[in-house]
Design a protein around this ligand. Sequence first.
Ligand code: IPM
Ligand code: MG
Length: 370
Amino acid sequence: MEKRIAVLPGDGIGKEVTNGAIAVLQAVGERFNHQFHFSFGRIGGNAVDTDGTPLPDETIALCKESDAVLLGAVGGPKWDNIAVELRPEQGLLKIRKELELYGNLRPTLYYGSLADASPLRKEIIEDIDILMVRELTGGIYFGTPRERTMRDGEPGALDTLYYSRREIERVIRTAFELASTRRKKVTSVDKANVLETSRLWREVAEEIAKEFPEVTLEHILVDNAAMQIIRNPKQFDVVVTENMFGDILSDEASVITGSLGMQPSASISENGPYLYEPIHGTAPDIAGQNLANPIGAIMSAAMMLRVSFGLTEEADAVEAAVNQVLDSGYRTGDIAFEGCKRVSTTEMIDEIKATIMDTDALLKIQNCYS
Ligand code: IPM
Ligand code: MG
């Protein structure tokens, strides 16, 4: 197979972790005979510095002509005080809109050997497998008007929460399609006791549910959802929700298995290309020091192999290699414990790469993870 991958490292640790994803994809290419071609684009603060915009047209064009996009992270204190339209985050929001990435898939992966790093007790999180489906191009993130206002002589501000029926339909249908390949349960999260958009959301969810008689639909209010993710996360299979609720709940869901640094995501569109990124940020405090955990980015590459390229065996191999390396005690600082084999970013990458390349070891691992 031959594929073109656009790589947008972004800021902070973005470059270090995307290097890990590239190294792993190259190892997969060698081991399974595929050719992956990487082209680099700028996004975020570094693009503001060199191009005067957080998302140059060149980067948009590069993404659109690629088969998949791999993103690191954007933002940092250096750009905290610049004009709103130049903020690095605007680059991220704009690429989501340009590529029409309406659905953000955030699995909460359980890593057996990391159970002790969780803030929750092992019996609560053991073997959880949640797939959060977050609407990504609508809602209050994009609604207009958004402005500073003056009402009755009082200065204020206004954001708009808007959803069209079509926007709700497509993301909920995606959630149902995914649930039908999993444990066949969709939990739709809203605030229907207060918001009109949520009442429409609930109505649409009920309608779509009729197309999937084998899947159970449950509705829960977002405040309750925030509590249930901590109280009993195993009750969830696929969780679908609007943009801002999904932003908040996916951070919460990701950290209960140990570290934000470990979790991948895929953003999907109707016509491709899809975009893959770890869900962590730029970690300015450790950027450039070879300390970052590359596993979120590497698992994002595994999602790319599985979702965009349909390379199941290859994706399994990456995931198995990551678990094997963790089981052997290798840890970056964020997940270190006493007695672990403490490694740098590049050492972690090399370990995972070597495990992928080692056919015998891989067969053994695959047997125990399948
Ligand atoms: C995320 C991030 C972004 C978001 C920020 C950086 C704009 O938190 O991808 O979850 O809010 O969507
Ligand atoms: Mg977020």
